[in-house]
Design a protein around this ligand. Structure first.
Ligand SMILES: Cc1ncc(COP(=O)(O)O)c(C=O)c1O
Length: 396
């Protein structure tokens, strides 16, 4: 089978890998993209074939829920681009998180979780995991190597998300991952903001990377998809848990994720540029108290961001100076281009009012004014600036 880019494997640069990974056109009538297999039952021609599949269901086409050639193509590509060895596609980003945590934790275990984690991850820990006898301890995301002091004999996982949800604190991922590794504790990173392109989890010592592929990887606000990425050594355990939980990604969403990956690099470059343009402009406005954007030099996380990240996504925060709630509502309601809605990473710009203290317990968000989460989409940056300018005027 002549696979594109095979000769270059190992030496190919990032964008070449993005254009060639997970493809096998000459195994598919020369058609470049893989077919979308809708499958539950898989038939085996002989008992011998059936037995072979049963003996290794994770690596054979066995039953739809275990995966199809479509999910396998997405997994192969995302594993290669993220820098891992294997990947498991899941039905959403949150499913990737819950399957990964479930794989490594059992009753009596202690989990260290960043206080700035995505709120539904926290809800899973405080609800389901707690009910199953797993204790979650939230830590200050800026703890760095000091995480070692929080580790106990029954600590089995450390979870990071960098930068943190809503408030964008950059974690010292290498220091935390190293402390975990020293004690044989598995480290898991939600790398959705960093994407496989702007943060390289395995080069920073992380064991398991999570991507909410719903965001930038799919990139068009039309798919729900997650990925757990790992080295071979963790594959069996993670796949066993994912299968046991009955989680599998839909074939159409795997296809959209794979298609999105091909343009991730060019889209991200634009999200990055527009995001920086908007953030720098906002930073100078009298209505703005401060920006939460690790790529801006005066952001507290800038030093670590510069050390560890290769780029910045288009998602950031802006704290406004204290102002009557009604005025912020008028601004948000009046935006022409900035939509209000959850998720991010699509082509559309978003502005969302957020309240970090709703989901903090080890730290407190001390901002005094309203906080907005902005996603810079792919519209013309000048039109976005004009929309922001008109919106800020409404704050009086
Ligand atoms: C950082 C982060 N991780 C995970 C998720 C969950 O992804 P999904 O919506 O695909 O479940 C989100 C969604 O907003 C997120 O922002």
């Amino acid at each position: 089978m002549k696979k594109r880019g095979k000769k270059k494997k190992g030496t190919a640069r990032r964008d070449t890998r993005i254009a060639t990974s997970g493809l096998d056109p000459h195994g598919n009538f020369g058609i470049i993209n893989p077919p979308v297999y809708h499958a539950s039952t898989v038939l085996f021609p002989t008992v011998k074939d059936l037995k072979k599949a049963v003996s290794d269901p994770f690596n054979n086409t066995y039953y739809g829920r275990f995966g199809t050639p479509t999910s396998a193509a997405f997994e192969e590509a995302v594993a290669e681009i993220e820098g891992g060895e294997r990947a498991i596609a899941t039905s959403s980003g949150l499913a990737a998180i819950t399957c990964a945590l479930t794989a490594f934790l059992e009753s009596g275990d202690h989990l260290l979780m960043a206080d700035t984690v995505y709120e539904p991850t926290r809800k899973f820990c405080d609800g389901i995991l707690k009910g199953f006898g797993v204790e979650t301890e939230y830590y200050d995301p800026l703890i760095g190597g000091g995480i070692a002091d929080l580790m106990r004999d029954n600590t089995h996982a450390v979870f990071m998300e960098s930068p943190g949800s809503l408030t964008f604190e950059v974690q010292d991922v290498p220091a935390i991952a190293a402390a975990a590794r020293e004690r044989g504790v598995v480290s898991i990173l939600d790398n959705t903001w960093g994407t496989p392109l702007f943060f390289r989890p395995f080069e920073h010592g992380v064991d398991i990377a999570i991507e909410a592929a719903t965001k930038y990887i799919s990139g068009h606000a039309d798919a729900m998809l997650g990925a757990i990425i790992m080295k071979d050594v963790h594959f069996k355990r993670l796949k066993t848990a994912t299968v046991a939980l009955g989680n599998s990604a839909g074939p159409d969403d795997c296809y959209l994720g794979l298609r999105g990956l091909r343009t991730l690099s060019v889209r991200l470059a634009r999200h990055q540029e527009t995001g920086l343009t908007l953030a720098r402009w906002l930073n100078k406005q009298p209505e703005v108290a401060r920006m939460l954007h690790p790529a801006l030099p005066d952001d507290p996380g800038h030093r670590l961001w510069k050390r560890d990240f290769i780029g910045t996504s288009g998602l950031f925060g802006v704290e406004l100076n204290p102002v009557a709630e009604g005025k912020v509502e008028a601004m948000l309601d009046g935006f022409d281009l900035f939509g209000m809605g959850f998720s991010w990473g699509g082509f559309e710009s978003l502005a969302l009012p957020v309240e970090p203290n709703r989901s903090r317990s080890a730290t407190t968000w001390k901002g005094k004014g309203p906080l907005l989460r902005i996603h810079a989409g792919l519209e013309d940056p000048d039109d976005l600036l004009a929309d922001l300018e008109a919106g800020l005027k409404k704050l009086g």
